[in-house]
Design a protein around this ligand. Structure first.
Ligand SMILES: NC(=O)c1ccc[n+]([C@@H]2O[C@H](COP(=O)([O-])OP(=O)(O)OC[C@H]3O[C@@H](n4cnc5c(N)ncnc54)[C@H](OP(=O)(O)O)[C@@H]3O)[C@@H](O)[C@H]2O)c1
Length: 248
């Protein structure tokens, strides 16, 4: 579980552990992943905390090594680590900011999938869930890097799905909706002078009009996609609102 220290990742780690999975809770902030892992253990689940920077090839390799040593090979991967970056118009976006967003949101998922796929294929079973965003489909001024990176992540999802399908490796994507996490909190903290009045109003509107949903809601969808029945959904990118229909 990348980005498992808080928000959607932490909620998903708890849910997967509650369902019997042994979970490696991974992210950069060690105190957060440690707290989530200890919380899982406190209620009888199996978890370890793993330091991970998904943008660093060596860190990804070390995280998988640590996970394999504790629990054996990874057969479920949730690529949840993500960043929106600073939402600015393209004309004002530094190359380093653009690259950073792609490094976390796309290259991080690629590096983790590359570590996980060989075992999943040889073991003839696997699940990868990539946590994307509706920004991949809906263009918003100021959100080029985030939207384009999530669109790239969706295409990675579809290609991985083709590469895994003969081996019962199902790869899916999720659009979580607008979720009450630190990411939204940080987006609200950008001033209108920096990101423009429209985006500023939008981020505040999510909260002020009661649109923020709890992280447990997308966590339920992600957990569903880690289960055996997700095989039929291989290659699909699914919106949170579709969860109830999927269960029928
Ligand atoms: N909240 C929303 O409304 C919303 C909507 C659509 C999509 N999403 C997507 O949902 C996912 C989770 O976001 P969230 O809302 O739960 O945000 P969050 O609370 O800020 O959590 C983001 C997680 O990603 C981790 N992360 C960031 N950079 C990382 C890196 N380089 N290496 C490893 N871990 C890294 C963070 O931990 P560290 O900083 O400690 O590394 C943190 O655990 C993201 O992919 C986001 O794009 C969220």
């Amino acid at each position: 579980m990348t980005g498992g220290g808080r928000g959607i990742g932490a909620a998903t780690a708890r849910l997967l552990a509650g369902g019997g999975a042994a979970v490696a809770v991974a992210a950069r902030t060690e105190a957060e992943v440690e707290a989530v892992a200890r919380g899982i253990e406190a209620v009888g689940g199996r978890a370890i905390s793993v330091p991970l920077d998904v943008t660093d090839e060596g860190s990804v390799a070390a995280a998988f090594e640590m996970t394999r040593a504790a629990f054996g090979p990874v057969d479920i991967l949730v690529n949840n680590a993500g960043t929106p970056g600073v939402p600015l118009p393209v004309a004002q976006t530094e190359l380093s900011s653009w690259r950073r967003v792609f490094d976390v949101n796309v290259t991080g998922a690629f590096l983790c999938a590359r570590e996980a796929m060989p075992h999943m294929i040889s073991g003839d079973w696997g699940r990868i869930v990539n946590v994307s965003s509706a920004a991949a489909r809906h263009p918003m001024a100021g959100m080029a890097a985030y939207g384009a990176s999530k669109a790239a992540l969706d295409q990675l999802t579809r290609v991985l799905a083709l590469e895994g399908e003969a081996h019962n490796v199902a790869v899916t994507g999720v659009y979580p909706g607008v979720i009450d996490t630190k990411m939204q909190e940080e987006s609200r903290a950008f001033g209108p002078d920096l990101i423009g009045k429209q985006l500023h109003r939008m981020f505040h509107g999510y909260r002020d009009f009661g649109m923020l949903r709890p992280p447990e809601e997308p966590a339920e969808l992600i957990s569903y996609l880690c289960a055996p029945e997700a095989a039929r959904l291989n290659g699909h990118v699914i919106r949170l609102e579709q969860l109830e229909a999927l269960k029928e």
